[in-house]
Write a protein that binds this ligand. Structure first.
Ligand code: ZN
Ligand code: ZN
Length: 313
């Protein structure tokens, strides 16, 4: 736990981590509490503090009530949005770590394609992906490997379903490297694609291309969303594209800025965002293509290298 005041930034832990923090925590004061961190809040360090910001999206109800009980005179103020705004613009060192996380993802994805064949389960592929991510970093989020009709569910996860010839397979995967996340989706076909899904693939690919062409600093995120959504609407598939175009990525997989039709505000250099249009047809399958890009002074740099041409395995 961190407590940041005008005077100091202090990192708190308990006995279990006291050796680890010597090497793993840098640039702030460190305090090892004699009591269990989960049962005690160091109220003695709150002397003179009247307002305390809490990251309301990350604190449990139990911990909040503990804080309430032990620091009765302190006013608690939610600050998660403020912290998110501070984190939005990435520094070059952060961008390098996100790019590294994506480079690992590209490499691991390239290798998994050799294992895509009839009889292999979604779960086996997800486990192999996650094993490889953990060898080089961490898993940024539970991998989505969705095959056949499962690919019609945007956040399907993975099941024990075994791949069959004629399946469409969506991989939505990400690695975490030194705390920073990557996020990528690719959709591939095992054997001859269904003609409708073949057409849908071309539409999603073009929609993503149009969104990327619109993406630069000073442009409203909602206009980038509209570039993809308008194209999909013109071809009659808009009711099958029910999620936003993308989201910011950083220490968390979903952070600022949003990339939705309702997002207010413009893109800025240093934003790292995904562009991920998708079309989902119940019973048949779906297609999503997701790249992660960094907004630069003049446009954007695509951090995703995995190919987007329709891949038939
Ligand atoms: Zn994703
Ligand atoms: Zn995403």
């Amino acid at each position: 736990m961190m407590l940041v005041s005008r005077r100091a930034a202090t990192f708190y832990t308990d006995f279990r981590y006291q050796k680890q923090i010597r090497t793993e925590v840098k640039g702030c004061r460190k305090r090892v509490l004699k009591r269990d961190l989960y049962a005690y809040f160091p109220v003695e360090d709150l002397r003179g503090i009247r307002r305390l910001g809490v990251e309301q999206d990350n604190i449990t109800v139990g911990r909040f009530r503990l804080l309430r009980r032990q620091a009765k005179r302190v006013r608690l103020v939610p600050v998660s949005d403020h912290v998110r705004r501070l984190r939005r613009t990435k520094e070059p060192t952060e961008i390098a770590l996100i790019a590294k996380a994506q480079a690992i993802t590209d490499r691991v994805f390239g290798r998994i394609l050799d294992r895509v064949r009839p009889g292999v389960s979604e779960r086996d592929l997800a486990l192999e992906l996650e094993f490889q991510f953990k060898r080089q970093g961490e898993v940024a989020f539970p991998s989505i490997v969705a095959s056949g009709p499962n690919a019609a569910k945007p956040h399907a996860g993975h099941t024990t379903r075994k791949l069959r010839r004629g399946d469409v397979i969506t991989f939505d995967i990400g690695c975490q490297y030194c705390g920073y996340c990557s996020d990528m989706t690719r959709t591939v076909f095992l054997g001859r694609p269904d003609p409708v899904l073949r057409e849908v693939y071309a539409i999603v690919h073009e929609a993503q291309h149009r969104a990327l062409a619109a993406l630069k600093p000073g442009v409203a995120a909602s206009d980038v969303d509209a570039a993809a959504r308008g194209y999909i609407r013109d071809l009659g598939y808009d009711r099958h594209f029910g999620h936003s175009l993308g989201h910011g990525v950083g220490l968390e997989v979903h952070e600022m800025p949003g990339m939705a039709s309702t997002t207010k505000g413009k893109l800025q250099p240093g934003d790292v965002v995904t562009v991920e249009p998708g079309i989902y047809l119940p019973g048949l399958g779906g297609v999503r293509i997701e790249d992660m890009v960094v907004v630069t002074k003049s446009g954007y740099r695509n951090l995703t290298r995995s190919q987007k041409r329709m891949l038939v395995l």
